[in-house]
Ligand binder design. Structure first.
Ligand SMILES: NC(=O)C1=CN([C@@H]2O[C@H](COP(=O)(O)OP(=O)(O)OC[C@H]3O[C@@H](n4cnc5c(N)ncnc54)[C@H](O)[C@@H]3O)[C@@H](O)[C@H]2O)[C@@H](O)CC1
Ligand SMILES: [K+]
Length: 245
C-alpha cells in the first residue's frame, strides 16, 4: 500500500518511490537489515548512495569546482564516494575532512583510502587551517555537506560547527547529503548552527522531520536517492505505520 509520495523521487525502484517519510530509527534499521539479513555489504549501500547523490548534484548545478565537507562517520564516507563520482563526471571536487583521518573506520576509511590512492584533492582541516577553509568556502561555487547524518547527536560542535557557519555565509549552491548537518531528522528542528541547503539528497526515503514547519528552509529541494536495498525490504516499510522513532 502506498502511504505517501511527494513526487520528488528518483531512480527506478518503484517501491522506494512509494515510501512514506521515515524516522531516524527506521532508516537506520533499513541499513542494518539490508546488511544483516540480506547480506548486502555496507560498502555497496554507500557506493549507491554516493553515486546517486553525485548524479543529483550534477543535475542541479553547473558548478565545476565543488567543495565537499566531510565528517568522520559514514556521512563523510558518502562524501568521499561523491568526490570520486563527480571527478568521473568531469567536475573538480575538493574534499575537506573535518576529522582526524586516523579515527576513520569501516566503509568510510575504505573510501578515504580509495580517494587517497586515486589522487582526489583532499585536505585535512584542523584548527590551524580553519581560517583558510573559510576563505576557500567564500569563493566556492558549490558546497556539499557530508558532515553529519543520522548518527549525529546534539548541536554541531567544533570544526564542523565553524564549517557550517562559513558554508552558510558563502554564495555557493549548497547541497546536504542525507540531511542538513544540525537538523534533527525526526523533529525537523534546526540546531545551532544548521547547514542551510538549496538541495538535500536524502537516502532511502524522506525523513519524517522534513515535513515540520520551517524545515524546508534548511533542506531546500529534496531528492530521494535509493541505496539499492532489496524491494522486499522496502515493501515491509511501505506497508507499515511509523513506529514513532
Ligand atoms: N551502511 C549504512 O549504514 C549507510 C550509511 N549511510 C550514511 O551514513 C550516515 C550515518 O553514518 P554514521 O552512523 O556513521 O553517523 P554520522 O556520519 O551521521 O555521524 C557520526 C560522526 O559524527 C560525529 N558527531 C556526532 N554528533 C556530532 C556533533 N553534534 N557535532 C560534531 N560531530 C558529531 C561522531 O563523532 C562521528 O564521527 C547516514 O546519514 C548516511 O549518510 C549511507 O552511506 C548509506 C549506507
Ligand atoms: K549532511
Amino acid at each position: 500500500m502506498v502511504l505517501g509520495s511527494t513526487g520528488t523521487h528518483v531512480g527506478d525502484q518503484v517501491t522506494a518511490a512509494a515510501l512514506r517519510p521515515l524516522t531516524r530509527a527506521e532508516v537506520r534499521s533499513i541499513d542494518e537489515i539490508a546488511i544483516g539479513e540480506y547480506g548486502m555489504p555496507g560498502i555497496c549501500l554507500m557506493e549507491n548512495a554516493g553515486r546517486g547523490a553525485a548524479e543529483q548534484i550534477v543535475a542541479h548545478t553547473p558548478a565545476n569546482e565543488i567543495a565537499i565537507l566531510c565528517g568522520g562517520g559514514n556521512n563523510g564516507g558518502d562524501g568521499f564516494v561523491i568526490a570520486r563520482h563527480l571527478e568521473l563526471m568531469g567536475r573538480r571536487p575538493h574534499v575537506f575532512l573535518l576529522a582526524d583521518p586516523g579515527k576513520l573506520a569501516g566503509d568510510a576509511l575504505t573510501n578515504w583510502q580509495i580517494a587517497m590512492a586515486g589522487k582526489i584533492a583532499c585536505e585535512v582541516v584542523d584548527e590551524r587551517s580553519l581560517p583558510s577553509l573559510q576563505r576557500k568556502l567564500a569563493d566556492a561555487a558549490c558546497i556539499v555537506d557530508a558532515m553529519l547524518g543520522t548518527g549525529a547527536s546534539g548541536d554541531p560542535r567544533g570544526a564542523i560547527a565553524l564549517a557550517i557557519q562559513a558554508a552558510n555565509a558563502a554564495k555557493a549552491f549548497r547541497v546536504a547529503i542525507d540531511l542538513p548537518s544540525g537538523l534533527d531528522c525526526d523533529t525537523g528542528s534546526p540546531g545551532n548552527p544548521c547547514f542551510r541547503a538549496d538541495l538535500t539528497c536524502t537516502f532511502v526515503a524522506e525523513k519524517i522531520g522534513f515535513d515540520a514547519a520551517g524545515a524546508r528552509e534548511f533542506t531546500g529541494t529534496i531528492r530521494v536517492v535509493p541505496i539499492g536495498a532489496p524491494a522486499d525490504l522496502m515493501n515491509r516499510y511501505a506497508a507499515s505505520e511509523s513506529n514513532g522513532g
